[in-house]
Design a protein around this ligand. Structure first.
Ligand SMILES: Nc1ncnc2c1ncn2[C@@H]1O[C@H](COP(=O)(O)OP(=O)(O)OP(=O)(O)O)[C@@H](O)[C@H]1O
Ligand SMILES: [Mg+2]
Length: 437
């Protein structure tokens, strides 16, 4: 079964055009053949009637035998008082003198002849033509009528293809718009200019998008509220633990520190959850400004510099293209900081982290390259998943890259993580944003 409506339509219309073409071809072939035969008959009849008078007597009485071209008509005139033909353009052809008046078809000398016999005492005028010649002539004329159809059918099919393709362009456009709908771009599909047959589909897709947007927003709000609500008791817990520290006996200090680290981990998890909920929120256009990408990168480097120095990691921003994007500065800052914090966190002491910004086409790319262990290739496709952690030995909440992905998606950009391919181990993390016009 053909699944494409377009192909189905093109094939059906081309089949109809071909059937019409074939029927038209057969009928014009037959009609032309019949018409040609009638015309040839008319010619025989006219010649016979012209030969009734003195024109018949003017024919040479003894033409050379077999001198006549095969396609010519043969004329024989008999006279009642003569046994042999009075006049004949081909004496070697014994036309049947007794033939009934009018048209007849007879075998003469092993060939089929079409003969017109005109009886007008004392003369019998016979005009004959080879059936094979007549057949050839009528065939030629009939075949000629087929050419226009043979040329037109493919042309009409090509026109059908173009028209259908043109009509389906709108459907394709709608298809790509539907494809572009994802959690980050839940916008209703445009209904202006949509053919009325498609309106019910578009309306129901739009209703579905609206419901989806509402439920995603409810979920996002729940995460945001929950993280917010958890933050207060956790801060209180942290304060209590700080106050308790000096009352903890020396033997319990290690377990107590473990408890404090646990509280700190929960705190950073909640902070990341809040960032994720904010990154997932739809873009507030009024807060968008022109953001200088290199400034954001420099600020992110400055922020991690103390930790990098403590761990003897050489961090630097080398190739810096100046570029501006339209965004909320805080969003860009969070995205770059998450990549830089990963590079610092997963690179062993004494390593190197490079940042660079590069303009390619209408995009600016921010790359963070480290000398850490990299990530197993089979785990790479999952690193942007929420709570996914490829390395459980080093602490983290597994949300940093999900936040990066959400921010990038909000601006229609893209994010990727790959292992270095220059012979060293490490990760090349890159995010790209569209340049502002
Ligand atoms: N530069 C890197 N080098 C090696 N592994 C990395 C790097 N960046 C990310 N990863 C791996 O990808 C996983 C997901 O990273 P992500 O930033 O989302 O979470 P996280 O760093 O564990 O936690 P969070 O950033 O929320 O504190 C990490 O747990 C780590 O295993
Ligand atoms: Mg991280």
């Amino acid at each position: 079964m053909i699944r494409s409506l377009r192909t189905q339509l093109v094939l059906a219309l081309c089949a109809v055009v071909s059937v019409v073409g074939i029927v038209q071809g057969i009928s014009s072939y037959q009609l032309s053949k019949a018409g040609m035969n009638a015309l040839l008959d008319l010619r025989l009849e006219q010649v016979a009637s012209r030969l009734r008078g003195p024109l018949g007597d003017a024919l040479p009485s003894i033409p050379a035998r077999g001198s006549q071209p095969a396609r010519d008509i043969v004329i024989t005139i008999w006279r009642d008082d003569l046994e042999t033909p009075y006049r004949s353009t081909e004496p070697s052809l014994p036309l049947p003198r007794e033939a009934a008046p009018g048209f007849s078809s007879t075998m003469v000398n092993g060939e089929q002849w079409r003969i017109y016999t005109l009886r007008e005492a004392p003369k019998v005028i016979q005009v004959a033509q080879r059936s094979s010649v007549r057949h050839e002539l009528s065939e030629e004329a009939a075949v000629n009528t087929l050419w226009p159809i043979l040329v037109l059918v493919p042309l009409v099919c090509a026109a059908v293809l173009l028209v259908v393709r043109f009509s389906f362009r709108q459907l394709n456009r709608l298809g790509s718009e539907v494809q572009a709908v994802d959690a980050a771009h839940l916008q209703a599909l445009p209904t202006a200019g949509v053919p009325i047959e498609l309106r019910p589909f578009i309306d129901s897709i739009n209703r579905m998008i609206e419901r989806l947007a509402r439920s995603i927003e409810t979920e996002r709000k729940f995460i945001s509220d929950a993280a917010h609500e958890l933050r207060t008791p956790l801060t209180a817990l942290q304060l209590q633990a700080d106050n308790l520290q000096r009352d903890i006996v020396a033997g319990n200090q290690e377990r107590f520190q473990e408890l404090r680290r646990g509280i700190a981990r929960s705190g950073s998890m909640i902070a990341q959850l809040l960032r994720l909920a904010r990154a997932d929120a739809s873009l507030q256009r009024e807060a968008v400004t022109q953001v200088d990408v290199s400034e954001v990168v420099v600020a992110a480097v400055a922020e991690v510099l103390p930790i990098a120095m403590k761990r003897d990691i050489d961090i630097g921003a080398e190739e810096m293209a100046s570029a501006k994007v339209r965004a909320i500065e805080a969003d860009l800052g969070i995205a770059v900081r998450n990549l830089v914090s990963n590079a610092i966190r997963y690179t062993p002491d004494g390593g190197k982290v490079d940042l660079r910004t590069e303009v390619r086409g209408n995009m600016v790319w921010i790359e963070v390259i480290d000398t850490g262990p990299g990530i197993a290739e089979e785990l790479l496709p999952r690193v942007f998943d929420r709570f996914f952690r490829a390395n459980t030995e080093i602490e983290g909440s597994g949300l940093g890259l999900s936040i990066v992905k959400a921010i990038v998606a909000k601006y229609g950009g893209s994010a990727s993580l790959r292992n270095r391919d220059d012979g060293k181990t490490g990760i090349v993390a890159s995010i790209g944003f569209r340049l502002s016009d």
